[in-house]
Design a protein around this ligand. Structure first.
Ligand SMILES: [Ca+2]
Ligand SMILES: [Ca+2]
Ligand SMILES: [Ca+2]
Length: 451
């Protein structure tokens, strides 16, 4: 091939006289112009009056599409430029250009003067658009229930991990777009969420992020996701319930959709629908009892408001503030109230000393106040100026020291008193017996003498 000064046939002129959109242009194996390929297709090239009529061959570069400037270095995406023999009229006959193309957008540059650089007018490709595009083959997405998919269960839950799904992308990364669900019952569901189950245990743990959610979902909600799936990953679908929720809840995953990162194709995951187990939500009392006093600290003898909170589904239940432990039989109740939807308030008179009070409720109706969330300890401090004992009580041990006589102490006192009384009675009884004994002996003697 001749090097040096060459006279170029201008791109514009060649493009104008040709039916093809670029010169040279890409084709299929039969020589039909084609500019969109997939990675499994072979790409061919044809051209007309390339560079000039003098040269018998031309160096063709394939490079990623860009806006070329004169002097830009040429590097072929295939590793090496391709020298193609031209015919007597400098036409490029139908020639195989790339047999195993990579996905991307490309330009074709004929390096007419063989200097390894792009020179003005050499770029026979279109300026703004790539000469040809290669798309990756659309990947594959498969879904299945996770190996730690939650089983059926029941309880007064406020939220439940209902399903673990295992998603897998093959061929390319898939940007997850959405999950289509069917809820057997959506009454009382406040939110549906999808979490990345990093440790694969089928539960939503702290630090496992939400990748999609929907408030107040209907019966057929579509949950939008935002996650790039590359390989295999577990996800947990969680339902959140309001205090009015009760009954059986389950869901069906009807569709999972994403977009292929290379192919840009919509990918529908196979192996759906997937069905969850049934979760039974009991309309019980849930949450942990919280108790706050106002004012706190208070003046000695002041009216103090006790506010219960932290519970849901507990309407109608009685909560109380007492000075003795919730589990003790001898309750000394400061005040009590009936819970509404968001708690309840009651008032009592502050003692003259700081004190740690017990907040008590029987959430599960088992006649004790010893279950989780049924007891709370809250201190009411007394302002120093009005305080009899001064410092606030620090803990329960100290509390018992500064509290008034409790029932146990009273019982001990009564016990000791009864015991003492009994001893006195026995002593008196013994004295009487002892004083009558000599007389009886004397009488017996007299009777035996008479006999
Ligand atoms: Ca050149
Ligand atoms: Ca987890
Ligand atoms: Ca209980």
């Amino acid at each position: 091939m001749k090097k040096g000064v060459l006279i170029f046939i201008t791109v514009l002129f060649a493009g104008f006289v040709l039916a093809q959109s670029t010169n040279p242009w890409t084709t299929d194996a039969s020589g039909n112009e084609k500019s969109n390929f997939i990675t499994t297709e072979k790409i061919y090239i044809k051209g007309l009056s390339i560079c000039n009529a003098v040269s018998s061959s031309v160096e063709i570069f394939i490079a990623s599409h860009k806006f070329w400037k004169s002097g830009d270095a040429l590097a072929d995406i295939r590793g090496k430029a391709q020298e193609i023999k031209t015919d007597a009229s400098s036409n490029i006959p139908l020639t195989l250009l790339w047999s195993n193309p990579d996905a991307g957008s490309y330009d074709i540059i004929a390096d007419c003067n063989s200097n390894g650089k792009y020179d003005s007018l050499e770029n026979i490709a279109g300026l703004m658009n790539p000469v040809f595009i290669v798309k990756g083959l659309a990947g594959k997405g498969t879904a299945k229930l996770g190996s730690n998919n939650p089983g059926a269960s029941s309880g007064a839950f406020s939220n439940v991990d209902v399903m673990q799904i295992n998603l897998k992308s093959e061929g390319e990364s898939i940007m997850l777009n959405n999950i289509g669900l069917s809820l057997t019952n959506n009454l009382g569901i406040e939110k549906a969420g999808v979490y990345i189950d990093e440790n694969g245990n089928g539960k939503r743990d702290s630090g496992e992020f939400e990748t999609g959610s929907l408030a107040s979902p209907g019966k057929e909600p579509l949950l939008n996701l935002n996650y790039s799936l590359n390989g295999e990953k577990n996800f947990v679908i969680t339902l959140y319930f309001s205090s009015s929720a009760s009954g059986n809840y389950s869901l069906i995953v009807n569709s999972i959709s994403g977009t292929g990162k290379n192919s840009n194709e919509v990918i529908k995951f196979s192996s759906v629908p997937l069905k969850s187990n049934v979760k039974t939500i009991e309309s019980g009392c849930i949450g942990n009892l919280a108790l706050a006093f106002s004012p706190n600290p208070a003046d000695s003898g002041a009216s103090v408001s006790a506010k219960f909170s932290g519970l849901s589904k507990c309407s109608g239940k009685s909560a109380r503030v007492q000075m003795t432990p919730c589990s003790s039989n001898n309750t000394k109740i400061a005040c009590s109230c009936i819970l509404g939807d968001s708690g309840c308030d009651c008032k009592f008179k502050a003692e003259s000393f700081s004190y740690i009070y017990y907040g008590c409720i029987d959430k599960n109706n088992d006649k004790d106040m010893a279950d989780a969330g049924e007891t709370i300890l809250t201190q009411l401090a007394i302002n120093k100026d009005n305080s009899v004992t001064g410092d606030a009580v620090k803990d329960e041990t100290e509390t018992s020291n500064s509290n008034p006589i409790n029932m146990n102490t009273l019982m001990i006192i009564i016990g000791v008193s009864v015991f003492t009384l009994l001893l006195v009675v026995i002593l008196i009884f013994l004295i009487i017996i002892a004083s009558r004994l000599p007389k009886a002996k004397k009488k017996n003697k007299e009777e035996s003498v008479e006999g």
